[in-house]
Design a protein around this ligand. Structure first.
Ligand SMILES: NC(=O)N[C@@H](CC(=O)O)C(=O)O
Ligand SMILES: [Zn+2]
Ligand SMILES: [Zn+2]
Length: 346
């Protein structure tokens, strides 16, 4: 008997679609499986004003295949010059679903991010008033902080003070990677949620570094020790309502990853769902997959759950492309290092 699993259609609460030829290449990959996605604004230049988000949304819709049903949920890139009025207007116009905080220098294309958190207080206060969520890349950027400690140091030094100073601010800790992060989210109230990627459920720092450095496993926040990976798996697989899928699928050309200073990001849009089915099955938690991919996210964002469904079927090890082509470049699809037996049926 073939094993099948039918879920409400998943959403991706953290996605990089880029622009131009890369957007053309990767948008269909996400649209195939996901109904909606929170679109990250870290373009060069970044998506800062409501008008930028509207224009980017149009470019995304134009890049979708004929007949695709995929709704990009736009975000604004928070800068020290962001105007609270512009943010509130973009929200009122239905143009944006969240605002993204990048500490300056923390990750890919974060140079325009925030250094002095006091300077964004008026925007955060306005967001708390209107209920607009803040998505956070939670890593300390101080040179003195070890890269493996940057998430929990950020929570103590930056995130917790911001949340105390701004009651009612709704926060999503993006791409959670540590046990401390999981504990912080669990202890927070209903205004705090977190996304977890598929690759952080698979990778620990040994996968990245033992036997040779694997550039396609390098992303930020960097994969941590095994105890942290186990904590993330437990948070995702116990069906806890404030943890949900954000793939952080972050395509870069292979030429930018396989080089002396390779950039951060794993491209997972193509096989994230088969991968998730594989790891949830491994932990006997297939019955919790739908909560993680399709229920908890819309509930946190106060959006309707999708009515459409998606079916996965289990069989022989499935083939998926090792690379996709974007203009003149190739992008490597995330290879977890073990076979995937689930595939999405049409
Ligand atoms: N996750 C990553 O390693 N990279 C992301 C940026 C981000 O989400 O931090 C990217 O834009 O490439
Ligand atoms: Zn990030
Ligand atoms: Zn990201």
């Amino acid at each position: 008997m073939t094993e099948r699993l039918t879920l409400r259609r998943p959403d991706d609460w953290h996605l990089h679609l880029r622009d131009g030829a890369m957007l053309e290449a990767v948008a269909p990959e996400s649209a195939r499986h996901f109904a909606r996605a929170i679109i990250m604004p870290n373009l060069v230049p970044p998506v800062v004003r409501g008008a930028d988000a509207g224009a980017y949304r149009d470019r995304i819709l134009a890049a979708l295949p004929e007949g695709a049903e995929f709704e990009p949920l736009m975000t604004l890139y928070l800068t020290e010059d962001t105007d609270p009025g512009d943010v509130a207007q973009a929200h009122a116009d239905g143009l944006v679903t969240a605002v993204k905080l990048y500490p300056a220098g923390a990750t890919t294309n974060s140079a325009s991010g925030v250094t002095d958190f006091d300077r964004v207080r008026p925007v955060l206060e306005r967001m708390a008033e209107i209920g607009l969520p803040l998505c956070v890349h939670g890593e300390a950027t101080d040179d003195a902080v070890d890269i493996f400690d940057r998430e929990h140091v950020f929570i103590d030094r930056v995130l917790d003070p911001i949340r105390r100073d701004t009651p009612g601010l709704r926060v999503v800790m993006e791409h959670l990677t540590t046990r401390e992060g999981v504990e912080y989210v669990r202890a927070g109230g209903e205004d705090l949620g977190a996304t977890i990627t598929a690759h952080h459920l698979v990778l620990n720092r040994n996968h990245l570094l033992v036997g040779g450095i694997r550039p396609h496993y390098y992303c930020l926040p960097v994969a941590k020790r095994e105890i942290h990976r186990r904590a993330l798996r437990a948070a995702a697989m116990e069906g806890e309502s404030r943890f949900f899928l954000g793939t952080d699928s972050a395509p870069h050309p292979d030429t930018a990853k396989e080089t002396a200073c390779g950039c951060a990001g794993c491209f997972t849009a193509t096989n994230a769902l088969p991968l998730l089915a594989e790891v949830f099955e491994e932990d006997d938690a297939l019955d919790k997959l739908e909560a993680f991919t399709s229920l908890n996210g819309p509930d946190f964002y106060r959006l309707p759950r999708n009515e459409a469904t998606l079916t996965l079927e289990k069989g022989e090890a499935q083939d998926y492309p090792a690379k996709i082509t974007a203009g003149d470049e190739e992008v490597t699809v995330f290879d977890p290092g073990f076979p995937l037996h689930w595939r999405v049926t049409d």
